[in-house]
Design a protein around this ligand. Structure first.
Ligand code: MRU
Length: 357
């Protein structure tokens, strides 16, 4: 998608380095950062220079290719794979991508390893782009249906950033929105700010602005009253891990939005590529929920009058704070799962029908 009119993907390999858009600097500064080693990739995932489940997966894949480039000894590659998987716990795409890379590299001659690793990392990213595009084509039908009934702007609420910046391109939750906009359907997006890291305000609103899609940032607690007032036609969110029974783990606050949507008969859709499905864990209680540094809550960042990024404390100095990064929305509150293969019911049967293999 576009930044200042120029097309970008979120990650690419060029001149022996991996290039990313440093998302900790957005929306105030646009900085392309180079990752030269697997340690750089691990750090980028940990400090959230890259974030969003599919992009974390893509970065882990390229991170492993960087490991091979540094040292193609199998012990080093195995250790790097383990460290990459541990860099963030909740998004299943991370382990999925590393496992896929390891499987591909197993049995390959050492003089071929780097080529194979780079090709597979690119393949993982290309596939994600294609899947996200298909999610858009499938989700477009839901937006079109609402528009055909309403004959007026479709108001869509989203939480966090499940946009193209969270994937390789298109996004998951935003892909149907981009497709609708390209088709001329008037859409307006309610963007949850998404405390504490403000991915909605800093990233979703930013990328929608760049594509000239009308959007309004709201405080995280505003969605409920908007739904009561009939000002939300549908919600679409992304997910970091969806269980085979349709339970959806996503950015903290998603569950409360789903409850409000359920109470107000607002359709609540979750958009995801199949790489975000966890076919192993059966009980949502077993999903590892990331707890991040409480400084993300107690401090906020912005630019001052000299355009310099500044961080300030907003809490009482003696207060404790707790920063759980994700929650789980039970399948019963989810209207449908928008995937690359079509839209399924959020249930074992629904997912089985789409993903028989
Ligand atoms: O902590 P983040 O910013 O990595 O969390 C991102 C989300 O929760 C997204 O909704 C999810 O990864 C889906 S991205 C297409």
């Amino acid at each position: 998608m576009r930044i200042e009119g120029k097309e970008y993907r979120t990650i690419w390999f060029e001149n022996n380095v991996v290039k990313i858009i440093d998302q900790t600097k957005l929306p105030h500064q646009f900085v392309i950062k180079e990752l030269k080693t697997v340690k750089d990739a691990i750090n980028a995932i940990k400090v959230m220079e890259v974030r969003g489940a599919p992009l974390i997966g893509g970065t882990a894949a390229y991170g492993l290719a960087l490991a091979v480039q540094e040292n193609n000894d199998s012990e080093f590659i195995k250790k790097s794979a383990k460290e990459l998987i541990q860099s963030r716990p909740t998004a299943i795409n991370l382990k999925w991508a590393v496992d896929r890379m390891i499987k591909k590299l197993t049995g390959i001659n050492s003089n071929q390893l780097l080529n194979v690793a780079l090709n597979e990392a690119k393949e993982i990213c290309d596939e994600d782009e294609k899947f996200c595009e298909n999610i858009g084509v499938n989700g477009l039908k839901v937006i079109e249906e609402i528009y055909n009934k309403k004959k007026d702007t479709v108001n869509i609420l989203t939480h966090c950033n499940a946009g193209w910046l969270a994937t390789i391109n298109w996004g998951t939750a935003t892909s149907p929105i981009y497709h609708a906009h390209k088709k001329g359907i008037p859409v307006h997006v309610w963007v949850d700010e998404t405390r504490p890291r403000n991915q909605g305000a800093n990233l979703t609103s930013y990328e929608l602005n760049e594509e000239e899609i009308p959007n309004t940032i709201i405080a995280d607690n505003t969605g409920g009253i908007l739904m009561q007032r009939g000002e939300v036609d549908m919600c679409i969110v992304g997910t970091d891990r969806t269980l085979s029974n349709g339970d959806v783990c996503n950015k903290i606050g998603t569950y409360l939005k789903a409850l409000a949507a359920y109470d107000n008969n607002v359709p609540f859709y979750v958009a995801l590529p199949s790489s975000t499905i966890d076919w192993d864990i059966k009980d949502a209680k077993d999903i590892p929920i990331e707890e991040r540094n409480s400084e993300e809550l107690s401090h906020v960042e912005g630019i001052d009058e000299n355009n310099e990024i500044k961080k300030v404390l907003i809490y009482p100095t003696k207060s404790k704070a707790m920063n759980l990064a994700f929650d789980v929305t039970p399948a019963k509150y989810v209207t449908g799962l928008i995937t690359e293969r079509g839209i399924s019911e959020a249930s074992s049967n629904g997912l089985k029908q789409l993903f028989k293999k």
